[in-house]
Design a protein around this ligand. Structure first.
Ligand code: PLP
Length: 452
């Protein structure tokens, strides 16, 4: 083992949670003294990488699933009307997350569309949305011909800042759509209180938050409805897939009906004529459900492993100047870690841009992702609000104010420049593999002068 490596291992053993606070204060500490100022050539410049082993592939499946998949294939019962896999999945997922009802859908996007539609989000309405999210959260609001109104992000928690919500509420606002991004629970107590005060619905975008917890309850079960994704990269994957969770019988019957072409469903719609409400086809297939029934089996153990490794990373990374791990929002009890997020402060790294830091990290054998950009400037907002329909639905004055609002998201803008995420499958490895991550970041910090 190279001496540089040895000293980085020593760094891991020698740093303590107690030393952390001081390290992240205003002054840039002489951190190198902890390991004797280890000098080592960065891999991006031709040095030996900290890690040469790869990371585990995703998704993971159990070969014992092959027989049941083959049986399903040969049965030809791939549609939920001809089988019971979707129903079985709905009941087991409801049990897993502690919801009274679950409706399985084709995807997370279709789950969100069905949820917003069922709660009455209609053309010309406004929905308060977290700007720091996958683009689907914006798209589902546009799908309803409503306006996604962004409340700024709390950059420490990566989630919507409840203190910024009320200033964005208008007489058109119908719902709040908080996102538990990366599995980090949004500050639901404050969001639910605001919703109650203004008589708004709350749809949780829990598409990255399986088994995340807020106040001891599962994310996706706190608002009026919660939506999940089971797309291939997700912790419970089935290629594509989604679910809506909720406790209200009537609302959930209507979600089911909407996702099944408007056909009445359940006791609360008994006796209604066949196509009594508007609907769509957003059904999950039996094939998706079969995969999910198997994938759900490993979800709890995987979640515990990710948590264990994430807490270990927290305890070590916070001691490296300029690396600020996520903070849980008030009341949040457990993240799902769809990514392990931290903020990179380039001023502690002699001004080296985030992208260069990430390239150096990648060369050390640690891949990362820069997260979401300023998507409200990508063109989709103008594409929507410049359209004939939106000009009919909203006054020119409102649309101009809206354009101003998206220029006033300072914390979100900063987060889009500073976020760095580690992939969820990396958190399924062992503690020694987490040490590679810590050592690689520390090596870059110590040898940052090689990048300028
Ligand atoms: C935060 C968030 N919302 C919504 C979605 C949409 O889910 P799907 O891709 O299953 O349609 C995703 C998927 O990545 C997501 O991450």
């Amino acid at each position: 083992m190279k001496s540089g490596n040895l000293s980085r291992r020593k760094f891991i053993a020698s740093t303590s949670a107690g030393a952390a606070g001081a390290m992240l204060s205003n002054a840039i500490p002489a951190f190198g003294s902890l390991n004797g100022g280890a000098a080592s050539e960065l891999a991006i410049n031709g040095g030996t990488p900290v890690r040469t082993d790869g990371w585990m592939d995703w998704p993971i499946w159990d070969p014992s699933d092959e027989e049941s998949m083959l049986t399903l294939l040969r049965s030809g019962n791939w549609y939920r009307g001809d089988g019971h896999k979707c129903e079985e999945f709905e009941s087991k997922y409801a049990q897993l997350i502690g919801a009274r009802h679950v409706v399985a859908t084709a995807s997370g996007t279709t789950a969100l569309i069905a949820a917003l539609h069922t709660l009455g989000v209609d053309a010309g309405d406004e929905v308060i949305v977290s700007p720091y999210t996958f683009i689907a959260t914006y798209n589902v609001v546009f799908n309803q011909k409503a306006l996604p109104v962004f409340a700024d992000t709390n950059q420490e928690t990566f989630t919507i800042d409840p203190g910024k919500i009320e200033e964005r509420i208008t007489d058109r606002t119908r719902a709040i759509l908080p996102v538990h991004i990366f599995g980090l629970p949004a500050d639901m107590n404050r969001i639910l209180a605001i919703a109650k005060k203004h008589n708004l619905s709350v749809v949780e975008d829990a598409c990255q938050a399986w088994l995340a917890e807020y106040d001891g309850k599962m994310c996706g079960t706190l608002g009026d409805l919660g939506c999940f994704s089971f797309q291939n990269s997700k912790h419970i994957p089935s290629g594509e897939g989604g679910a809506i969770a909720g406790d209200n019988d009537e609302v959930m019957d209507r979600c089911f009906a909407y996702h099944n072409c408007g056909r009445p469903h359940g006791a609360t719609m008994a006796g209604l004529r066949n196509y009594h409400i508007r609907g769509s086809n957003k059904r999950m297939t039996e094939i998706q459900a079969e995969i999910l029934l198997s994938q759900m089996g490993r979800a709890r153990a995987d979640a515990d492993k990710r948590l264990e490794n994430a807490l270990y990373l927290d305890s070590k990374l916070k001691d490296i100047p300029g690396i600020i791990p996520y903070k849980l929002a008030d009341g949040a009890t457990r993240s799902a870690y769809h990514f392990y997020p931290f903020r990179y402060k380039s001023e502690y790294f002699d001004g080296i841009p985030r992208e260069q830091f990430m390239a150096a990290l990648d060369a050390e054998g640690i891949p990362s992702y820069s997260g979401y950009g300023k998507q409200y400037f990508d063109g989709l907002i103008e594409d929507a609000i410049g359209s004939r329909g939106y000009k009919r639905l909203f006054s020119a004055g409102r649309l101009n104010r809206y354009r101003e609002e998206i220029r006033n998201l300072p914390e979100n803008d900063q987060l889009t420049r500073e976020g760095v995420m580690l992939f969820q499958n990396m958190l399924l490895a062992e503690q020694k593999d987490m040490d590679d991550i810590i050592n690689a970041i520390h090596k870059i910090y110590e040898n940052r002068s090689q990048l300028t």
